[in-house]
Ligand binder design. Structure first.
Ligand code: ATP
Ligand code: MG
Ligand code: MG
Ligand code: MG
Length: 466
């Protein structure tokens, strides 16, 4: 079996042998982009090189980048526990060309690496290009000789990439692995492509144009390449399993989570969520995020509380989550020494959050269970959702997660009205001295800090409106 660690090393070696500078993963908090919540792709640390603002010693690079997609434009939090292929934290393998090679070499490298180095059978791979990209289509079909039966042209949603509304952009070409007809889902571009049979493993982005404020696209003088391949998805392919959660790395974490929670069913969804969330939690804390009520800290808190609630679902009402930091450091500490260095700090913060949430989790669950028992329809009332949020520290997405497990939805409009009323009360209180403000401070499960947390929650809630 090829382990995740071996695959990571093999990818880095392959491109290093082809004159790519081996660059370490950057932290999860982007150094050069205040608008980005977390590092969510390998290209983030190279943004300035792509924009031509930075000249690097080498115009080729390779990395294995730690990524978090749990907020902002890329948010996979809702997918965790529901798809075989999404994590909040994952590693993205990538090779990059800064104005050096372009489509032909990028495609040749990718195909050579997958079919020769890893010996994947071409008949299990499926390739897509952007609908207008005849150049890439020609390379795949005529030069590489990909079977037209396993090739499709797709629209801009999946196959056109841009850094922002303006700036570098260009078509992509993606490579999928076909896990076989026993798994539901159609090929890319088909109406039922959302199944997990065809799993996207590698995205090759060809940065070809510069888009101006009027939407005009002019060719870049030095087109570039940015690629990203999920290490866990590749490991699943190479280890002959369908789900990322069955690869070596996750098996060990899931076993540790089972032991910590006393759950004996290793296929239980909650164990997968917990194993996923300990990775994002530990790496976010290692990179300097602390659980809090706004911004990055609130995303972290939401991830942690979700994991803690899944432990509770498995019958665990005492702190357990922090005990998973040690097995994680054992699993990933070699590739990420910073994880080992921060282990005790991470354990302490996770345990504190567990203790803090334990005080209200049980009461909140009781309230929610009662509300659900009283339901006539299939919607949890907004008042209940708000009370859970406001008094018991249940982020709305946590309540939504529970609702989804039970085939229910949330009354989002009702929640928003309750939140509005709360704001009104706070506004009135701040006009009439401190007595009522104090009241709110005591009622809130954490320090009342103005509207930030409410605002944050409002943006999250908007996601559930669909
Ligand atoms: P998907 O369509 O499956 O959500 P994506 O198109 O959003 O993937 P990209 O933004 O193209 O993904 O990222 C490049 C690669 O990173 C993907 O091809 C995939 O292998 C990997 N990847 C993306 N998101 C995740 C995730 N949440 N968990 C694990 N791997 C991921
Ligand atoms: Mg995605
Ligand atoms: Mg995709
Ligand atoms: Mg993609």
């Amino acid at each position: 079996m090829t382990t995740s660690a071996e695959l990571r090393a093999s990818f880095l070696d392959y491109f290093e042998q082809r004159q790519h500078e081996r660059v370490a993963s950057s932290p999860l908090i982007p150094a050069n982009d205040p608008t980005l919540l977390f590092t969510n792709a390998g290209m983030v640390q190279f943004k300035d090189a792509f924009l031509g603002r930075e000249r690097r010693a080498s115009n080729r690079a390779v990395s294995s980048q730690r990524c978090v997609r749990a907020g902002g434009k890329h948010n996979d939090l809702e997918n965790v526990g529901y798809t075989a292929r999404h994590h909040t934290f994952f590693e993205m393998l990538g090779n990059f060309s800064f104005g050096d090679y372009f489509k032909r070499e990028a495609i040749e490298y990718a195909w050579d690496y997958l079919t020769r180095v890893l010996a994947l059978p071409p008949e299990r791979l499926w390739v897509t290009v952007f609908e207008d990209d005849d150049e890439a289509a020609g390379i795949w079909l005529k030069e590489i000789g990909v079977d037209p039966q396993r090739f499709s042209r797709c629209g801009a949603k999946d196959n056109f990439w841009s850094m922002g509304d303006t700036g570098p952009c260009g078509p992509c070409s993606e490579i999928f692995y076909d896990h076989g007809p026993s798994i539901p889902g159609g090929p890319p571009g088909s109406p039922d492509e959302d199944g997990d049979r065809y799993v996207e493993i590698w995205n090759l982005v060809f940065m070809q144009f510069n888009r101006d404020a009027d939407g005009n696209m002019t060719p870049l003088p030095r087109p570039s390449v940015d690629t990203g391949m999920g290490l866990e998805r590749l490991a699943a392919v190479m280890q002959g399993v369908h789900s990322n959660y069955e690869i070596d790395l996750f098996r060990h974490l899931i076993e540790a989570a089972a032991k910590a929670t006393g759950c004996t069913d290793l296929a239980d969804k909650s164990l997968r969520v917990i194993a996923d969330h300990i990775r994002s939690t530990a790496f976010l804390i290692t990179d300097g995020v602390t659980p809090g009520n706004e911004g990055r800290g609130y995303v972290l808190r939401r991830i942690m509380r979700r994991a803690i609630r899944h432990g509770y679902r498995l019958g665990c009402s005492t702190p357990f989550f922090h005990t998973l930091v040690e097995p994680l450091a054992r699993e990933m500490g070699e590739a990420y020494p910073e994880l080992r260095a921060s282990q005790s700090h991470v354990e302490r913060l996770v345990k504190l959050e567990e203790e803090r949430f334990a005080e209200t989790l049980e009461h909140g669950m009781r309230l929610l269970d009662e509300a659900i028992a009283d339901l006539s329809g299939d919607q949890i009332p907004g008042e209940t959702v708000f009370k859970l949020y406001d008094t018991y520290g249940f982020p709305v997405d946590l309540t939504a997660d529970i609702a989804r497990e039970r085939g229910l939805t949330l009354d989002v409009a009702g929640f928003e009205q309750a939140m509005e009323r709360q704001k009104e009360r706070a506004r009135a209180a701040s006009q009439f001295g401190s007595a009522q403000t104090l009241d709110i401070q005591i009622q809130g499960e954490t320090d009342f800090c103005g509207y930030d947390r409410l605002q944050e929650e409002a943006t999250i809630v908007a996601l559930y409106r669909g």
